[in-house]
Design a protein around this ligand. Structure first.
Ligand code: NAP
Ligand code: MG
Length: 500
C-alpha cells in the first residue's frame, strides 16, 4: 500500500497532528493509500512556505522561458510516469482504464506542456494606446504574478484538475498551495513527487490533502493568499465567494453544470446519438460539463431514444481496472445514494424510465458502487432531474418542437458551463451556438477542449476562465506604468492646481 505525506516546502512531511486517512478504490472498496491528513496548522506551514518562495525565492522573477524550461523537464517525467499515474487514477478515482490511459492522464499532461510553453512566449509587457491626456506620457502594462494562490479541486478528475491548477499558476511565476479532494488525493501527490524531484524551487508547489472544512476554509480566508482558484460544486463555490469577501481576495470559480446536448433535425444520427452518449457517460457522468440533458426534436424522438437505449444496453459496466469495462463505478456510497435518490425522483415526477435505473452487482462488483447507465424519456425541463446536477450516469431526454423552443429549454438553467449542438448544417448550428448561454459549446462533438482554449462557465457555473492565454493572464495581475514625457517643472500643469 502507498503512503503519502503532505508536500510542504519541497519535502514530504507528516501532518502537524500526526493524523492520516485512507483512500479507497471505488471498484473494490480496497484501501489504495494512507495519506497525511492536513489540518489548519498545516495550512499555516504550507502558506508560510509558499509566501517565502514568492517573496524571497527566485521563481516569480525568473525569466519566463527559464520557468518553461524547468517545467518541460517535469513534463518529460510526467510522460514517462503516464502509465503508472493512469493505473493510480483508476484505483483512486474509478476512471476506467480506457479513460485513464487513453484520455484523462495523457490529455492532462498535454495541458502541462502547452501551458508551460505558452507562458514562456506570453507578452508580459503590453503597450497602451497613446493618449497623452492630460499630458504627454508613455504608458504600458506590465503583467506580474499574483503571488500565493490557494487552489482547491474536486474528486472527479483529480489528476486533470491538479494539472489545470498547478501548471498555469507556476508557469506565470506564482507559488501555490493545492488542496486535493479527500476522496482522491493520490495522483496529485504523484504530481507532487515528480515536482519534488525537479529543479522547481521548494515552496513553489505545496500540496496538502485535508478536508474542505476546516482546511479549505482556512486557505481561502488567510490574508497571505493573493488569489483563490476553486473547482467544485456551485454550493461550495458560493461559500468560497463569501469567505473570500472580507479579504477581497480575487477568486476564480469553476462550478457545476447541467449541460444541454441539442440534436437538430438534420443531424447525422450515426454520430449524434453515440455523441450524446459520449457527452453523458464518460466517467459515469461524473463530469461538470457532462451533457446531462438531451434535447431532441419531437419528429426524431422515437428514433433517437430507441437508438440510444439500444446502444446503452450494449455497454459493459464493470471494474474500472478491466479494459473491457465501458463504464466503471461511481465514487462512493454517498454518490451512489444521491444518484439512487434522483432516479426515484425522476420516476415520481413522471419521467419515463427507458433503461437502467438499478445497481449492478455480482461478478465481483458487490463491494463497489456500480450503476446501470440510465435514460429517462419524456422529461420536462422543470423536473428536478433536469435542473439539478446528479453527477452520475443519468440522462434526461427532453422533446422540443422548434429551434426557438430548444434554445429556450437549453438556457433555462441556473448553470451555463457547456452545451453541444449536433447538425450537418454548420451555419445553422452556429446560429444556435450564438444564442446559447454557455462557456463552451461544441458542434458535432463534446468534452474535447484544447489547452489553447479558455474554459469556464456562464451564470452559476462559475467566474473567470482557465487555460489558454486567457487562463494564463488570469494568474497575472495587471500593472499600469505611466512614464511622464514632460519631466520639467514648467511642463507640469498640476503646479497650478495646488499652487505649488
Ligand atoms: P465539492 O463538494 O464542492 O468539493 C470540491 C472541493 O472543495 C473539495 O476539495 C472539498 O474538500 C472542498 N470543500 C468543500 N467544502 C469546502 C469549504 N467550505 N471551503 C473550502 N473548500 C471546501 O465538489 P465535489 O463533490 O468534490 O466535486 C463535484 C463538483 O465539482 C460538481 O459540482 C462538478 O460539477 C464540479 N466540477 C466543476 C468543474 C469545472 O471545471 N467547472 C470541474 C470538475 C468538477 P473535501 O471534499 O476534500 O472535503
Ligand atoms: Mg465532496
Amino acid at each position: 500500500m502507498r503512503e503519502y505525506g503532505q508536500f510542504i516546502g519541497g519535502e514530504f512531511v507528516d501532518a502537524a497532528s500526526g493524523e492520516t486517512f485512507e483512500t479507497h478504490d471505488p471498484s473494490t472498496g480496497e484501501v489504495v493509500a494512507t495519506v497525511a491528513r492536513a489540518g489548519t496548522e498545516d495550512v499555516d506551514r504550507a502558506l508560510t512556505a509558499a509566501r517565502r518562495a514568492f517573496d524571497e525565492g527566485p521563481w516569480p522573477t525568473m525569466h519566463p522561458r527559464e520557468r518553461t524550461r524547468l517545467m518541460l523537464r517535469v513534463f518529460d517525467r510526467l510522460a514517462e510516469a503516464q502509465e503508472g499515474i493512469a493505473a493510480l487514477e483508476t484505483a483512486d478515482a474509478g476512471h476506467t482504464m480506457r479513460n485513464s490511459t487513453l484520455f484523462s492522464v495523457p490529455y492532462s499532461n498535454e495541458f502541462w506542456r502547452y501551458l508551460a510553453e505558452a507562458a514562456g512566449s506570453l507578452s508580459y509587457v503590453e503597450p497602451v494606446p497613446r493618449y497623452d491626456f492630460p499630458t504627454a506620457a508613455w504608458e504600458f502594462v506590465e503583467r506580474t504574478p499574483f503571488g500565493v494562490c490557494a487552489q482547491i479541486i474536486p474528486w472527479n478528475f483529480p489528476y486533470m484538475m491538479a494539472i489545470w491548477k498547478v501548471a498555469p499558476a507556476i508557469a506565470t511565476g506564482n507559488t501555490l498551495v493545492l488542496k486535493p479532494a479527500m476522496e482522491t488525493p493520490v495522483t496529485a501527490m504523484e504530481l507532487a513527487r515528480i515536482v519534488a524531484e525537479s529543479d522547481i524551487p521548494p515552496g513553489v508547489v505545496n500540496v496538502i490533502p485535508g478536508p474542505g472544512v476546516p482546511v479549505g476554509e482556512a486557505m481561502v480566508t488567510d490574508r497571505r493568499v493573493d488569489k483563490i482558484a476553486f473547482t467544485g460544486s456551485t454550493e461550495v463555490g458560493r461559500r468560497i465567494m463569501q469567505l473570500a469577501s472580507p479579504q477581497v481576495t480575487y477568486a476564480t470559480l469553476e462550478l457545476g453544470g447541467k449541460s444541454p446536448s441539442i440534436i437538430l433535425d438534420d443531424a447525422d444520427l450515426d454520430v449524434a446519438v453515440p455523441g450524446a452518449l459520449w457527452a453523458m457517460y464518460l466517467h459515469q457522468g461524473q463530469i461538470c460539463q457532462a451533457g446531462t440533458r438531451l434535447l431532441v426534436p419531437s419528429s426524431l424522438y422515437d428514433e433517437v431514444t430507441a437508438r440510444a437505449v439500444e446502444l446503452v444496453e450494449g455497454m459493459t459496466v464493470g471494474s474500472a481496472h478491466d479494459f473491457a469495462s465501458d463504464l466503471g463505478p461511481v465514487l462512493n456510497e454517498t454518490q451512489f445514494r444521491t444518484i439512487e435518490r434522483y432516479i426515484e425522483l425522476g420516476k415520481r415526477d413522471g419521467a419515463k424510465l427507458l433503461t437502467g435505473g438499478d445497481r449492478v452487482t455480482g461478478d465481483g462488483l458487490d463491494r463497489g458502487y456500480f450503476v446501470q447507465p440510465t435514460i429517462f424519456g419524456e422529461v420536462d425541463n422543470n423536473m428536478r432531474i433536469a435542473q439539478e446536477e446528479i453527477f452520475g450516469p443519468v440522462l434526461s431526454v427532453i422533446r422540443y418542437d422548434s429551434v426557438d423552443d430548444a434554445v429556450r429549454i437549453a438556457n433555462d438553467s441556473i448553470y451555463g458551463l457547456a452545451a453541444g449542438v449536433w447538425s450537418r448544417d454548420i451555419p445553422r448550428a452556429l446560429e444556435v451556438v450564438r444564442r446559447l448561454r454557455a462557456g463552451t459549446v461544441w458542434v458535432n462533438d463534446f468534452h474535447l477542449i484544447s489547452p489553447a482554449a479558455p474554459f469556464g462557465g456562464f451564470k452559476q457555473s462559475g467566474v473567470g476562465r482557465e487555460q489558454g492565454e486567457w487562463g494564463l493572464k488570469g494568474y497575472l495581475e495587471t500593472k499600469t506604468v505611466h512614464v511622464s514625457q514632460v519631466p520639467a517643472k514648467d511642463q507640469k500643469f498640476w503646479f497650478g492646481i495646488l499652487g505649488l
